[in-house]
Design a protein around this ligand. Structure first.
Ligand code: G16
Length: 585
């Protein structure tokens, strides 16, 4: 096998964001663009000769070509074996699972996650270390630095490798092992959850619908829900992975997963709905006519973990990203276990899990997971919910009786609004679990408003304006001055979130502007690190409502005052010309 050294010059825009390098497909198609970044990874990690690498992607447009280039570069850079998913496909959680199971040196995952695909869509690449998790910042920074000084890359002159049949082949001195993308992952799920109980739930008339959004999870969902758990075949929709996700936006939220949302809010809705994203690490959970916020979902999984075989032994601790609501903090306090607050980005959970400090992690951005792997895991979250539902299936009548008996008066004295219709012959298990959770812990009312694709200057202007207002907004005890007052809400403090990793002491600054109020409410402003077009400004809004009689309120209604404060202090409308958010979750 001939190895070619190809002369190149740096691209200056290869700085990884929240989760690897994400760019338009056209950017990746520029001559040397992908190769430069891959060589920068290899130069940075300096894997010993003969090391084993995992390789796979979410199957989006350019996945196959990129896999062939990376295989040839891996061979030229001295790797001994690459485990690659059949057809070049591995979901992100499956890649993490395979890295850990086969103790490989690391892995390369090709995905732009929830971003649209196709020739005009996005592509992405990231490196995961031997623990199965996204490389921490010190490695991504080093990869970026390498990309800025690169002068050449190494690539084998060899024909493309056949990737559509399982088995081994040779690429020079390197073995390419094409593995089943689903097997190892499905086996891991069976080891964590009570499949017999879930099978019984599904055979007892409990109807589920999973929307794979034409992304990577279709084959995983079919194998697990249909083949192994006995759900009817039509329980999994949009199950065929497509290079352009069928023209859709594979982001499991109320806006983009509209087909599922319409079904779950329609007549004759299934009992449970869920969706996953492009690479299978995100999840959205729905009940009949009911949306579970990701922050609540994390809290509920934590509170019910003792009901699930893989977590029966208890949780070491919990971690959530800073913008995620504090609902899970209340559960951690009740369980008397630590709760860590990290910056946005799954990579910040890795050290905590490796050090045994946390078992469950979650983010408001539809990500939940545990120490079974080192990525968030969409299907894992769905199975966790189904396991809880199976073990403690609770028809609403039973719950209403319990609440009346305890004096909580939830369903009886405060009927739900019409849209949430409380029909006694209809199973509302998901909603019942959430409402029971709120009755016990209080409700962290939460919403995120995204302003997508705004000019970077305008977005930076909003963030700067907020920074500039810190002194004026927050209390100054030295001057005997309280914080700014907005109606009944008074500002306590403002800051730009900074995190010191308790394991390795590394510091990450500038992770989001927080406006914290005296009553515990807060507004957080952050610029997304995963977009490829202009800037996406996220506003996270949260207040705490202990009063059960107000738990039925719609989040937007309950947060109306905070929303108007956010718009006022950020001057967002004036600076961006946007009247309303692109997406509300
Ligand atoms: C990635 C990260 C997550 C993060 C999310 C949103 O998810 O892995 O940790 O919460 O992006 O980040 P941002 O708010 O910066 O856009 P994914 O699913 O895109 O890989």
């Amino acid at each position: 096998m001939q190895i070619r050294m190809v002369a190149t010059t740096p691209f200056t825009d290869q700085k990884p964001g929240t989760s690897g390098l994400r760019k338009r497909v056209q950017a990746f198609r520029q001559p040397h663009y992908l190769e430069n970044f891959v060589q920068s990874i290899f130069d940075t990690i300096a894997a010993p000769k003969g090391s084993v690498l995992v390789l796979g992607g979410d199957g989006r447009h350019y996945n196959r070509e990129a896999i062939q280039i990376i295989l040839k570069m891996a061979a030229a850079n001295g790797f001994g074996q690459v485990l690659v998913g059949k057809g070049g496909i591995l979901s992100t959680p499956a890649a993490s699972c395979v890295i850990r199971k086969y103790r490989t040196y690391g892995g390369i995952i090709l995905s732009a996650s929830h971003n649209p695909g196709g020739p005009d869509g996005d592509f992405g690449i990231k490196y995961n270390t031997a623990n199965g998790g996204p490389a921490p910042e010190k490695i991504t920074e080093a990869i970026y630095a390498a990309s800025m000084r690169i002068v050449q890359y190494r690539i084998a002159d060899a024909p493309d490798v056949a990737l559509d049949a399982l088995g081994d082949s040779r690429l020079g001195d390197m073995t390419v092992s094409v593995i089943d993308p689903v097997d190892d992952y499905a086996e891991l799920m069976e080891s964590l959850f009570d499949f017999a109980a879930i099978r019984a739930l599904l055979s007892g008339g409990f109807r589920i619908r999973f929307d794979a959004m034409h992304a990577v999870t279709g084959p995983y969902a079919r194998e697990i829900f249909v083949n192994r758990l006995g759900a009817p075949a039509d329980s999994v929709i949009n199950a065929e992975p497509l290079e352009d996700f069928g023209g859709g936006h594979p982001d499991p939220n109320l806006t983009y997963a509209h087909e599922l949302v319409e079904a779950l809010y329609g007549d004759d809705a299934p009992d449970f709905g869920a969706a996953s994203d492009g690479d299978g690490d995100r999840n959205m959970i729905l009940g009949r006519h009911f949306f579970v916020t990701p922050s609540d979902s994390l809290a509920i999984l934590a509170a019910n973990a003792h009901r699930v075989p893989g977590y029966k032994q208890g949780l070491a601790g919990i971690a959530r990203s800073m913008p995620t609501s504090a609902a899970v903090d209340r559960v951690a306090a009740a369980l008397n276990i630590p709760c860590y607050e990290t910056p946005t980005g799954w990579k910040f959970f890795g050290n905590l899990m490796d050090a045994g400090k946390v078992t469950l992690c979650g983010e408001e951005s539809f990500g939940t997971g545990s120490n079974h792997i080192r990525e968030k895991d969409g299907l894992w979250a769905v199975l966790f919910w189904l396991n809880i539902l199976a073990v403690r299936r609770q028809p609403v009548e039973a719950m209403t009786r319990r609440c009346e008996a305890s004096g909580a008066g939830m369903a009886s004295s405060h009927p739900l609004p019409q849209t949430a219709g409380f029909a006694s012959n209809v199973s509302r298990d998901v909603e019942a679990i959430v409402r029971e959770h709120w009755a016990r812990f209080g409700r962290n009312v939460y919403s995120r408003h995204d302003y997508e694709g705004i000019p970077a200057d305008a977005a930076n202007g909003v963030m700067k304006r907020l920074h500039d207002r810190f002194a004026e907004l927050q209390a100054c005890p030295e001057q005997g001055r309280g914080g700014a007052q907005f109606g009944h809400l008074q500002v306590r403090r403002c800051d730009d979130f900074s995190y010191t990793d308790p394991v390795d002491g590394s510091v990450s600054q500038g992770q989001g502007i927080r406006i914290l109020f005296v009553d515990g409410s807060r507004i957080v402003f952050r610029l997304s690190g995963t977009g490829t077009e202009g800037a996406t400004l996220r506003i996270y809004l949260e207040s705490f409502e202990p009063d059960v009689s107000k738990h039925h309120l719609d989040a937007q209604e309950a947060l109306a005052t905070l929303i108007s404060i956010a718009l006022e202090i950020s001057e967002l409308r004036q600076r961006t010309g946007r009247e309303r958010p692109t997406v509300i979750t």
